[in-house]
Design a binder for this molecule. Structure first.
Ligand code: GYE
Length: 351
């Protein structure tokens, strides 16, 4: 951004020089007006830990392009909240028009949000949530992570019934980043369902939403337990690592428990994740949509035009399965369809 601002100043000086020499200042005024009309948005992103995250970043960058009238200041926090807090301070000192935060963890935001609010800069929270008082931010848009988890667990329960599986369910939860909304919601749904259905929880450990950590953690769990038959992976990248760990241990991932295959459940429905659903490696993949760019840009435009936003918005999400046995799941009295994944569906998906 600094380079860009400097280039703009140089361009303006050049324009003054040239135009003064020509005896006219009309064109200079136009160049200045164009620069000023861009809306400056500071975006503090979590990091680049997963395929989901990269799709989210691309979507925001596309929507907040210069051509669309925005001047985006992008900051990658590398999965550290302290970097996000620093980024928000930098945005405030640069006097941006809006701040967007995808908070790594839910807690610890009061001070930053207060600083932005004192500076009169509207803040939009995206994807994950914060546990601060909601008067401290303008709006929040994200996923209902507990609902995602409940849908995944309801699918597992229904699948076990449809396949008449009567044996023990020896399950493992590979959690996401500790303290992140996505982990809190998905883990809570897991804990409740395991209790309710009498599933035997062998381990519950964080894979930090990355493939490498997912694999490492699963390798160590497999050394301690030789009876794992279901793994609830809190995102696709962890599922890839878990798959590799299981195969390296000489076991098989698949959709048939009675044949001794290990079932994988996952979240995100990224292209790579759904490819694993199509080939039967991930039994059910519960959607988490990362395409926030356009939604956020339209929220900012609404504020620019003096409009108001809903305080909290949850986006709608689907569920895709490798097997046709379970066609829908019921969560808290609502029925949600489960789509049998096909190559055609996968080809048409935007991410
Ligand atoms: O599931 C995971 C990512 O916050 C919903 O973060 C997001 C999660 C997503 O790293 O892949």
């Amino acid at each position: 951004m600094k380079t860009k601002a400097l280039a703009a100043v140089l361009w303006e000086l050049l324009a003054i020089g040239i135009l003064t020499a020509c005896g006219s200042s009309t064109e200079y005024a136009e160049v200045g007006a164009e620069e000023d009309s861009l809306i400056t948005v500071g975006f503090s992103q979590v990091g680049a830990e997963s395929d989901w995250r990269n799709s989210c970043t691309n979507s925001v960058m596309e929507a907040f392009s210069d051509d669309n009238g925005f001047n985006l200041i992008f900051s990658d926090a590398q999965q550290k909240q302290e970097n996000q807090i620093k980024a928000v301070r930098d945005f405030i000192s640069q006097d941006v028009d809006y701040i967007i935060i995808d908070p790594i963890t839910e807690s610890g935001w009061d001070q930053s949000l207060k600083e932005a609010s004192d500076a009169g800069i509207p803040v939009i929270i995206v994807d994950r949530r914060v546990d601060s008082d909601d008067s401290l931010y303008t709006a929040a848009i994200g996923s209902d992570f507990e609902l995602e988890g409940k849908k995944a667990c309801a699918y597992l329960k229904a699948y076990l019934e449809k396949t008449s599986y009567k044996g023990e369910v020896n399950i493992v939860d590979i959690q996401g980043t500790i303290g992140a909304s996505a982990t809190i919601g998905r883990s809570k749904a897991f804990d409740d369902a395991a209790k309710e259905n009498g599933w035997n929880v062998l381990a519950q450990e964080t894979g930090e939403f990355t493939q490498a950590k997912g694999q490492e953690v699963m390798e160590s769990i497999l050394k301690r337990h030789d009876n794992v038959n279901v793994v609830y992976c809190e995102n696709d990248n962890e599922a890839f690592g878990v798959r590799d760990a299981i195969e390296a241990a000489g076991k098989k991932v698949g959709t048939n428990l009675k044949r001794g295959e290990i079932l994988l459940l996952s979240f995100d429905t990224t292209r790579a994740g759904l490819t694993e659903t199509l080939n039967g490696t991930i039994l059910v993949n519960t959607e988490c949509n990362p395409l926030y760019g356009e939604r956020l840009a339209s929220m900012v435009r609404t504020l620019e035009e003096g409009g108001t936003l809903e305080k909290h918005t949850y986006i709608e999400e689907n569920q895709y399965s490798a097997n046709e046995l379970v066609k829908s799941v019921v969560v808290d009295g609502t029925t949600y369809p489960v789509t049998l994944l096909t190559q055609e569906i996968l080809d048409e998906r935007p991410y």
